[in-house]
Design a protein around this ligand. Sequence first.
Ligand SMILES: [Zn+2]
Length: 64
Amino acid sequence: MEAVLSLPPLVIAGAALVVGVGLVYGWRTFQLCPHCGSLVRRVYRGWLRCGRCGRQYRRGLRLR
Ligand SMILES: [Zn+2]
């Protein structure tokens, strides 16, 4: 923790910003499979098949 505390506040703020942007980007890129809950690619049109449970899912199923 000493290494983290010794960092300049700007570096910490920048790291927090990167993490926040990464989370938003990841949330827009991926979604949770409505059947098994695994992380799958977000559907923009049509249907995709989940690689874990093999069932199809589509955008708009907001079960989680
Ligand atoms: Zn699934």
